[in-house]
Design a binder for this molecule. Sequence first.
Ligand SMILES: [Fe+2]
Length: 166
Amino acid sequence: MAKTATKVKPKAAPAKNPVADALQTLLKDTYALYLLTHNYHWNVEGPRFVSLHTLFEQQYTEMFTAIDEIAERIRALDAYALPDQYGEILKVVSSLASPVVKVKNKDEAADQMIAHLITLHQRVVASAQAAKEIADDADDEESEDIAIARTQVHQKALWMLKSIIK
Ligand SMILES: [Fe+2]
């Protein structure tokens, strides 16, 4: 005799978690900065090519690992990581007019690249600090640790990038 098919219950949507939402913002902003840093690693030119190409590589490589860590923390909080926000990420990247082909002077173009990266690092620091506060309020120490670590990394990157164009 055939077994009666078990009824599949529809899955309830995960409950809203403000910490996951804050980490989602941090993830989006870090992703945007990752994409821009990688692009500038390829396209920077001029007398500072070697040092900037190398610095951008160190920064995007570090961020690539961090993106995964943030996304997996979001999953650990039972939320989805970037289920449909890639358009928002590209909007952030495209909002900065690329100096790659528009600026003829290569040294000036490199300065503009650094200025763009500074803008996005500042944005990521703000997202990380907001996530830290929200995680602290929720007594979510693991998420708070990630947010603090990300703040430190991006503040250090800001110091380095600002020092280059001083
Ligand atoms: Fe490369």
